[in-house]
Design a protein around this ligand. Structure first.
Ligand code: NAI
Ligand code: 15L
Length: 267
């Protein structure tokens, strides 16, 4: 891989810690960053504590970086005071720092909550209308559009991965559709690092027969998932909720929280 220094944001988080372990030794330098404390640097690592909301610090963070894996930020629903600085100001700061420092590629951990209000009965692809199910989902939609601006206008390639549910194992019936194994997450990141593209949206999901998503765009770019949630069907198929909005929509409980709309008007 032609990259010397790879920056991983969100390195103290759940996926960041998984990626730190699984990407160890893959690049001459892995620069790990988070606002929270991280384990000290091992050989081949740099650890830089940085708040994504601090524009000057983010510019310094991006110096001498070849590619960014952007996993930092708020990862669940929260009030605007929390989502804005971490995911909106933070994303603006990161892409602007990339432009200033000459970074040419960003792999972005977007989320299925960009399209979470779509119905589970609909099989959508990467061209589906955005239908964010919460402030957090909207902040990821903003991140995708920001990535498009910088890709087409400033030449910073971006792969936006709308990750479903990336955990060691799926936890409920919905995740039989949305689960992405850690191995498949790394395989998708490899696509992000190596494929030839300017701007793409893909779904971060394993080979689940119950998937909500047509992931042909990811396959076209070279993604071949090796895992599937299907072996968990007997244990989890009955693990549903009695929440009709959550059960109807792809975003599940993120959609139904604070829902005051007309269920019949949902996309
Ligand atoms: P996490 O919440 O465990 O990790 C996020 C990390 O970002 C945390 O360590 C946190 O300290 C850091 N962070 C938050 N605000 C920050 C700021 N202002 N400056 C610097 N760092 C900040 O989340 P997880 O599960 O590891 O997810 C990683 C990324 O993947 C997130 O962007 C999340 O939205 C996205 N994602 C994850 C999914 C999953 O299933 N785990 C599904 C869809 C998207
Ligand atoms: C996400 O975007 C969240 O980061 C994660 O915590 C999960 O809830 C996931 O989506 C999901 O939809 O299961």
């Amino acid at each position: 891989m032609p990259y010397h220094r790879v920056l991983l944001t969100g390195a103290a988080g759940n996926l960041g810690r998984v990626l730190r372990e699984r990407l160890a030794g893959r690049f001459p330098v892995l620069r790990l960053s988070d606002v929270a404390e991280m384990a000290p640097a091992d050989p081949g690592e740099e650890v830089v504590r940085c708040d994504l909301a601090d524009a000057d610090a983010v510019t310094e963070l991006c110096r001498d970086v070849d590619v960014i894996l952007h996993f930092g930020g708020r990862s669940t629903e929260a009030d605007w005071d929390t989502v804005l600085p971490a995911n909106i100001i933070g994303a603006v700061n990161l892409w602007e720092a990339a432009r200033k420092t000459g970074v040419k590629r960003i792999v972005f951990a977007s989320s299925n909550h960009v399209i979470g209000l779509h119905s589970r009965s609909e099989r959508i692809d990467h061209r589906a209308m955005a239908a964010p199910d919460c402030r957090y989902g909207l902040s990821k939609a903003f991140g995708e559009d920001l990535a498009a601006l910088y890709a087409y206008k400033h030449g910073i390639a971006a792969l936006c991965i709308r990750i479903g549910s990336s955990y060691a194992e799926p936890a409920d019936a919905r995740q039989l559709s949305t689960w992405m194994s850690f191995g498949d997450l790394v395989r998708m990141i490899d696509v992000g690092l190596t494929a030839d593209y300017t701007y793409e949206i893909v779904y971060g999901v394993s080979d689940n027969s119950r998937t909500f998503w047509d992931n042909a765009n990811a396959e076209r770019l070279g993604y071949t998932p090796r895992d599937s949630a299907d072996r968990f069907i007997p244990a989890l198929a009955g693990k549903t909720t009695d929440d009709p909005i959550a059960e109807r929509t792809q975003g599940g409980s993120f959609s139904s929280a604070e829902f005051t709309g007309d269920p019949d008007a949902l996309p």
